[in-house]
Design a protein around this ligand. Sequence first.
Ligand SMILES: O=C(O)CCC(=O)C(=O)O
Ligand SMILES: [Fe+2]
Length: 203
Amino acid sequence: MNLDLFDSQNKPITLDMDDADVVYFPSFFSRAKSDELFEILQKTIAWRQDNITVFGKTYPQPRLTALYGNNNNPYSYSNITMHPDPFTKNLLFIKKKIEEECNVNFTSCLLNLYRDGQDSNGWHADNEKELGENPVIASVSFGEERWFHFKHKINKDLKQKILLQHGSLLIMQGKTQECWLHQIPKTKKITDPRINLTFRVIR
Ligand SMILES: O=C(O)CCC(=O)C(=O)O
Ligand SMILES: [Fe+2]
């Protein structure tokens, strides 16, 4: 076995981005643990499809979502207000692991289930006022790999993208949400599901 190659899978990668602080851990969870967590989350999370209103038009969100937390603070975006369920045992396990890396006590987890490549998440920044200034957002991915795109809000020449692997952790902090937008684009190539969890502090 090539141990160097194996080790390099767990080394954090800092993305080359001005006005941002984004770090990626390709294999934060082992393959076996990631397989197990994907199955459990797919079956046990209270997935729902909300309607969103953007520019006065209402349509079903192109993915399923859920919100969990250790306080009752609601979270509002795109004209939706979500109320959290209490953290499950598995979510608390994941939260503890990523808190050891981030040194932040997260209050909440927003989950997304992309059923296939036709599910997506449009350009946005996680800059709601309840997240406070320069929020730390820890994003865990399980299941199918999907591209995550960034574009700078002002300098149109600045772009970045990363393939979010099964069991990976992406930490966005500093001025990332103030200065950049992100999206998960649709893709015809993918027919299998992906689950994403973003841990946040919601005040
Ligand atoms: O699915 C992802 O990787 C990103 C999710 C996201 O940006 C969000 O929920 O705010
Ligand atoms: Fe986001």
